[in-house]
Structures are given as structure tokens and as C-alpha cells.
Ligand binder design. Sequence first.
Ligand SMILES: Cc1cc2nc3c(=O)[nH]c(=O)nc-3n(C[C@H](O)[C@H](O)[C@H](O)COP(=O)(O)OP(=O)(O)OC[C@H]3O[C@@H](n4cnc5c(N)ncnc54)[C@H](O)[C@@H]3O)c2cc1C
Length: 428
Amino acid sequence: MTSQTSPSSASRHVVVIGAGAIGLMSALNALDQGLQVTIVDPGQPGGEHASSYGNAGWLSSHSVLPPSEPGVWKKIPGFLADPLGPLSIRWRYLPRTLPWLMRYLVAGSTEARITATAAALRTLLHGAAQLHQRMAEQAGISHLIDLGGLLHVYRSRRHFEADARGWRIRRDLGIAWQELSAQELREREPDLDPGYGFGVLIPEAGHCRNPGAYIAALAAHACARGARLTTATASGFRFEQQRLAAVLTDGGDIACDAAVIAAGAQSKALAAQAGDKVSLEAERGYHAMVLAPEGRPRTPMMIMDRKVIATQTEQGLRVAGQVEIASFEAAPDWRRAEIMRDIALQLFPALPRDLPASRVRYWLGRRPSTPDGLPCIGPSTRSPDIIHAFGHGHIGLGSSARTGRLVGQLLARQAPEIDLAPFSAQRF
Ligand SMILES: Cc1cc2nc3c(=O)[nH]c(=O)nc-3n(C[C@H](O)[C@H](O)[C@H](O)COP(=O)(O)OP(=O)(O)OC[C@H]3O[C@@H](n4cnc5c(N)ncnc54)[C@H](O)[C@@H]3O)c2cc1C
């Protein structure tokens, strides 16, 4: 999938490192700004190696709460003690990740902190589904974006009320929702376990029906518009007289005037070479996908007591979640994905109890996560021509469309459309 840039568009040349959602949205916006674009990635865009492939597809403009919250440390022992719980740690990795974990706990330790994070994330996520729809239309794949809202489901109204702080923060940011009684939820979601008796519908949000196909199509669209796709791994930068001269790759140096670091969970070493020591972990998650399911969600739903998302994708019923703290390279623990399958069986009782293994697909993904839940977007310390665009954690698909716009504006030396101070890579 390689195409040459036409000489007429010869201008500043940017190398985008990484062809996930963030890199491709950055590349497409750089093309809009009239730049020459080369995208570098060792993998095939849309492939299973990237976090952008197997996520739950949520384009959730309301996902403004950071993963850490006041008092979360009290819940951690319980989560860890539960073999079917949402959190696991490979203990050998703990010493390496301890500084990140401490920052994570501090980031959510007070309401003031999470309110400030939520306000910043809202600026990044606002209009996410609509921005994706516009991009998908341009790429000829509008069928992959659905603007039909997203659901949160609780066992009862009482459980919803126990979550009041988060919903209050959302309401104060102008996020609207509809509350669904047990009967309304049942009418809307007839396949869902009737033990769930309360729903919250977010009409402004949407979802992607097939994230892997979306990424592959965005890459094809970028190439059709003149971007060059190079199969290589970037290892660093060459500077000449203090200016960026090239991106170094295992396939040779690529001369350029600008670069974007969008290598997902593997961005840390590149950021360090650009002068910024960032706190970034591969926060591992899993999905189980049931092919041709007998029961399914009509609207993608977050199951609040299980901390999973269930989405009917083009390929099947995908149940995604889990936080596994382990190194990027550690072997998958497929038991974590089997937990997702078992939750699917509980949520949708019409699924057969003896579901054959041939009807289930498992996937491990690595969220590029900062401890405070805010991505790094903006110029690097070493060079204003190296732009950081990584660390989008749990919301990287949804927030990719605006991140791409911001990167395009920075590359074109325009004022970014939102305040980037909260997203500075220099905050660590
Ligand atoms: C289980 C799970 C569920 C999720 N659900 C959602 C959801 O519903 N909604 C949502 O918004 N987000 C969700 N996320 C998070 C989302 O998937 C990520 O935040 C997002 O995909 C990150 O995109 P990215 O482009 O930064 O990284 P990636 O998609 O991982 O892409 C990074 C790319 O960089 C390449 N790369 C790495 N190193 C180099 C190098 N040195 N040189 C060149 N290329 C390199 C990689 O090969 C890769 O292709 C979920 C994540 C998981 C794990």
C-alpha cells in the first residue's frame, strides 16, 4: 500500500511514526494542511498488533473521568483478590511500574484533580462521534460509524446513585443523558440479563462498528491522497544544527522537516529522544468476541458492575475490558480473555452455555496510558518540529479525530483549536 507524493504538493515533509488511530488521523490532517506525509509502522494498518484494532469501538465524548478516582486504592486489594475481577498485576513487573502506579493514585486522589482532568478531556472529546463521521464520509466508509448513542447499565437506580460524583461532573460539563427504567431498558435491550434494571443513554455519543477495518480504510485513504506508507520501525531522530533532519528507521533514514510520535504504548523511548521523559505504561486489556451471537446489545453498553463494554461489531459480539499490569512484551494470559467470554454468557442468557471454542476469538491489546488519564499532545522539548501524539489510554479511538486536527494545526504552525497546556509532555 505505497503511493508516491506528487511533486506539485512538495512542501514540508512530515514523518508520522505509528499507523494506529492517532497516527492516521494525524496523517490525514497533515495532508489537509498541504504537507507531504510519510507514515512509518512495522505492522499492517488495522492489524491485531495495535491497540486500535480490538477496542470496544466507543466514540464516547462523555468518557471524561480519569481511570483513577478518590479512594480507588481501597478497592484495589478487593479487585486483586478476585480471580475474575477487572484488575491483575504480574508481581515481577511491580517494581518497574511502581512510580506510574503512585502517580496514578495521586492523579485521582481528590475531586479537584479529577474535575480538572475531566474539563480538559471534554475539550478533546467534544463532538468525537461527529468528527469521526465526517472523516469516515471523506474516506467512503461512513457505514462504519454509528451515531445512535451509548449506554451505561446498572443493576438498579440505587447503584447509579452510588456513582453520583462522576455523573455530577459530567452534568457540570454540559453532558446530557436519558435515564431508562427497568421496563424501558428491557424494551430497548431485550437480550440483556434482566438483572440489570437501570440504564443511562448518552445520545451525543456513537461507536465504530469495526475498528480494525476503520483503521485499514483510513490508511488506504491517506495513501490515495498521496501519503507514503513505509514498513519500518522508527528508532530515533537525526538533528542538524539543532533542527530535525531525519527520522531514523531500521529501513534507513527518512529525511524530513517534522515528525509526529504516535507509536501508542511504545512511544516512551522516542519521546525521550525528543527530550521528554514521560510516564507511560502499556495498560493491557483483552476482548472476547462471540461470532454469530444468539443474544446481543442493540446499543453498545458499559456494564458498570463488571467494568466491561459489550459491543455488537461487524464481526461478532465483543466484550472488552480488564486492566493487566505487565510488561509490553509479556505473554498474554488468555484466562483474562476467558473471563470476558464468561461475562458475555452471563450478560446475554440466549448465548448457548456450551459455546464451542470455534465461535470465540480472543485478543490482547495494550492501551498507551499515562497515570493521569491525559494524553501527551504538543511540541517536544528538543524540537518544535517533533510533535507528541500518544498516551490516549482508554479513549484513544474516540479522541483520535480531534487529536489529528490538533496535530495538523501544530504542523501548520496555527493556533491549536483547544488549550494544549493540560496535555503537555513536560508535566511529568
Ligand atoms: C480492551 C480495550 C478496549 C478499548 N476500548 C476503547 C473504546 O471503546 N474506545 C476508545 O476510544 N478507546 C478504547 N481503547 C483504547 C484505544 O484502543 C487506544 O487508546 C488507541 O487505539 C490508541 O491508538 P494509538 O494510535 O495511540 O496506538 P496503537 O493503535 O497501538 O498504534 C500504535 C502504532 O504504532 C506502531 N509503532 C510502535 N512503535 C513504533 C516504532 N518505533 N516505529 C513505527 N511504528 C511504531 C505500532 O505498530 C502501532 O501500529 C481500548 C483499548 C483496549 C485495550
